[in-house]
Design a protein around this ligand. Structure first.
Ligand code: PEP
Ligand code: MG
Length: 760
């Protein structure tokens, strides 16, 4: 191995120079591999140097210097078998003074390796997957220096390119699930949007393909990496600054860590050293990342594993910058049925994807009421959230079966699993078809109460769902979605056209337009809402709070809505009302616009109905004060839950902590329902809670008669309504409210089953 007086850098450079000329020389793959082991053994002064490559699922000795030549193409080890199998399976380097002391050691007599004591081996990795092993052996028992192992890793990196270029590994068909998922063939997560789908894995942030590993001009590579660092750091600074103006929230911590890593001198120094050894900028970044990955795996600390994701993200970002392979998978376009894999997604990012090809989404994070979830629900795209480390277990282009109904993802399924899955999908389709048949049936309970079933919408495309579901109207039109998908603040004429189209598509059915609810988890990149840094943007400068201050924003929207609804009834709803004066001020903006347009002889709406969302609990204490002001009230259970429980709706850690069927929520809604009934206010529910049959049943039992839900839920909820005896459900809810059982969900479920209520 490297002698004490020879620097590891020179060794690494010598190896790379040797490998470069081997790569450039003519000759077949086998000849080249033979030359490689000779070169490496010579450069590091090792008695043995061998290369094992993965072929048809086993690691085969392809070339050796120092072991018996008869063993070449004869010695084969399964993945996980022996030291070679261990290295490949765990994608981890080994450095042993005495190889036989390792529990996985296996002696192969045909190699004649019994006289060698020391052993060092590194995985050969291509596209984050071990495709072989490079190892050295030595007669004397001694442990190799860290720098020596790094030289091997550098050599393995170049070897990966060489064996890929010479066709020794077929990147598309290397089929080695064990190396990837460590024997796990199902990943579980949290159900965010129900449904089943199959398709090919596509990473939202695609991995960069490294084409060349050996540098032609080291100084040029150094310059490339320096300017990539500059660019990446300024991007991170920009993101952090933006977060300070309203984006914040859960991203904050991530950004701070990013910033710390982005400026980490140790990281940039290690990349620089890798460049010194003769690698290209891309290969140097990747080599350092591979090394860090291995180190982190050995440490086995969950907290560090979390940090690892940040480092991976950052390293990928640097790679994308340096290689110029920018953009998300959406900008590159989807070419096949796709299951999108991401750490997390924003609502606008999801909307960039081609809806015909996007079949499902798998997130490492994600929560039930985050807006990306709500949009996906509206689009009918299943999402499985909180799938830990999915980006390590799944590769780009892997075939995936996504069954969010059962909270599982199956990467690389067997043929029989695929058959069974298709049968399940067929069953689901039959169910869906049965729901579609309910389209023209009335949502009437068994004892004769007509429930109003509206849908939630926000995109032009959603309008067709009115006819497809047979819903009564749109109970919540989230106007901010138009703002989210735009590159700049939508103009008044743009808004007017959009609202006109929506009303036209709705025909006779009513549409409740909610004024923009931006901020919280819906920051607009082009609109700086607040000048101060927000620790809790969901409770900060959002929705009507922005609207009332930036009244130009609200005036423009009011004018567009009024003009769009000329000659018909306009329903306007204000979000995040906490006190009556906020409602009065918001209404005044509309009234002023009505006067203005009236004075100019414009045709006005027949009537403007004003409503408020009850999502800030404070409003519940002012209902009597609101009675004379309101035409209608709608409970937004998404925000209401987050404020009642003080639990951030987009924090994945809290996603499952509180139940919509807990006594606090049921009692709150029951009390409001009773009070508004006495006050004669029209009440509806428009949060996600109403779209689940069991929860919807509970809401009806609390006296709610109007629901506005995601279109996909109309069928299941209507089926529930038509199988429900409302009178007995109300009695059941009363008993739950007065004497809550330990698990109201289980009690309600049992009750529904015993009363033959359809829960989908
Ligand atoms: C809610 O908060 O329940 C709601 C319907 O509004 P959004 O989800 O858009 O905040
Ligand atoms: Mg809300």
């Amino acid at each position: 191995m490297v002698t004490k007086d020879t620097s590891s850098l020179v060794t690494a450079r010598n190896i790379l120079t040797g490998l470069r000329s081997i790569m450039a020389s003519p000759g077949n793959a086998q000849t080249k591999l033979n030359q490689v082991v000779e070169t490496i053994a010579g450069a590091v002064g090792s008695e043995v140097c061998s290369i094992y490559l993965l072929r048809e699922g086993v690691l085969e000795l392809y070339a050796t210097q120092g072991l018996k030549q008869e063993a070449v193409h004869v010695t084969k080890l399964a993945f996980g078998q022996g030291l070679i199998g261990y290295i490949a399976k765990n994608a981890e380097s080994l450095n042993l003074a005495e190889a036989a002391t390792h529990p996985d050691f296996q002696y192969r007599p045909e190699t004649g390796e019994d006289k060698f004591h020391s052993f060092a081996g590194v995985p050969i990795i291509r596209n984050q997957q071990a495709v072989g092993v490079l190892c050295a052996q030595h007669i004397d028992p001694h442990k190799y220096a860290e720098e020596e192992i790094e030289s091997f890793e550098t050599a393995a990196m170049v070897l990966a390119e060489l064996i890929s270029n010479t066709g020794l590994i077929d990147e598309d068909s290397v089929d080695n699930p064990d190396s990837y998922n460590n024997g796990t063939d199902r990943l579980s997560g949290l159900q965010l949007v129900k449904g089943k789908a199959s398709g090919f894995a596509c990473f939202h942030q695609p991995r960069v393909k490294i084409e060349h590993t050996v540098a032609e001009d080291t100084e040029a590579e150094r310059h490339r990496v320096y300017s990539a660092f500059d660019k990446m750091r300024s991007q991170i600074d920009h993101m952090t600054n933006q977060a300070e103006f309203g984006g914040g929230g859960e991203h904050e911590e991530v950004l701070q860590t990013y910033k710390m890593f982005a400026y980490d001198e140790g990281w940039s120094r290690r990349i620089n050293e890798a460049i010194d050894s003769g690698l290209t900028a891309e290969a140097a970044i990747e080599r350092v990342q591979q090394h860090t990955r291995m180190r982190m795996r050995q440490i086995n600390d969950p907290l560090l594993a979390d940090r690892m994701h940040d480092l991976e993200d950052l390293s990928n970002r640097l790679l994308r910058i340096v290689s110029g392979q920018m953009g998300t998978a959406a900008t590159l376009g989807l070419r096949q049925d796709t299951i999108l894999v991401a750490r997390n997604l924003g609502p606008a990012e999801l909307l960039e994807y081609d809806r015909r090809r996007l079949k499902g989404v798998v997130l490492e994070e994600g929560s039930l009421t985050a807006h990306v979830t709500i949009i996906a629900r509206a689009m009918g795209i299943p999402i499985l959230g909180q799938v830990k480390n999915v980006r390590q277990y799944v590769r780009e282009n892997d075939y995936l079966l996504l069954n969010v109904d059962d909270n599982v993802l199956f990467p690389r399924p067997s043929a029989s699993m695929q058959d069974a899955f298709e049968a399940q999908i067929e069953l689901t389709n039959k169910k869906r078809a049965a729901y579609a048949e309910l389209k023209d049936k009335e949502p009437v309970t068994k004892d004769g109460t007509r429930i109003t079933l509206n849908i939630n919408a926000g995109l032009r495309d959603d309008m067709k769902m009115l006819a497809l579901t047979g819903a009564d109207g749109i109970g919540l039109f989230r106007t901010e979605f138009q703002f989210l998908v735009a590159a700049a603040l939508p103009s008044r004429s743009g808004q007017l056209r959009f609202y006109r189209d929506v009303l036209h598509a709705a025909g006779d059915k009513p549409v409740v337009f909610r004024t923009v609810d931006i901020g919280g988890d819906k920051p607009l990149p082009y609109f700086r809402a607040s000048e101060v840094r927000e620790d809790n943007p969901a409770m900060g400068w959002r929705a009507l709070r922005i609207g009332l201050e930036r009244d130009a924003l609200m005036k423009v929207q009011a004018r567009a809505l009024i003009e769009a609804a000329a000659g018909r009834v306009l329903n306007v709803m204000f979000p995040m009302i906490a006190e009556p004066w906020e409602f009065d001020e918001a209404k005044a903006v509309f009234e002023k616009q009505l006067d203005y347009l009236h004075a100019r002889g414009k045709q006005l709406p027949l009537r403007v109905r004003y409503g408020a969302m009850l999502e800030v609990p404070a409003l519940a204490e002012c209902l009597d004060l609101m009675a004379s002001r309101l035409d209608f009230l709608s409970i937004g259970t998404n925000d209401l839950t987050q404020f009642l429980f003080a639990a951030d709706r987009s924090n994945p850690k809290l996603a499952e902590r509180f139940d919509w069927l807990s006594p606090a929520i049921l009692r709150f809604i029951g009390r409001v329902s009773k009070q508004v009934d006495e006050l004669g206010i029209d009440l509806s529910i428009c949060g996600e809670m109403g779209g689940r049959p069991l929860e919807a049943m509970a809401l009806l039992g609390l006296g709610i008669k109007r629901l506005s839900i995601t279109p996909a839920s109309i069928g299941p909820v209507k089926a529930m309504i038509r199988s429900l005896d409302l009178g007995t459900a109300q009695e059941q809810l009363q008993s739950i409210l007065s004497d809550p059982p330990a698990n109201p969900r289980a009690t309600l479920e049992e009750w529904a089953i015993s009363h033959e209520v359809e829960l989908g």
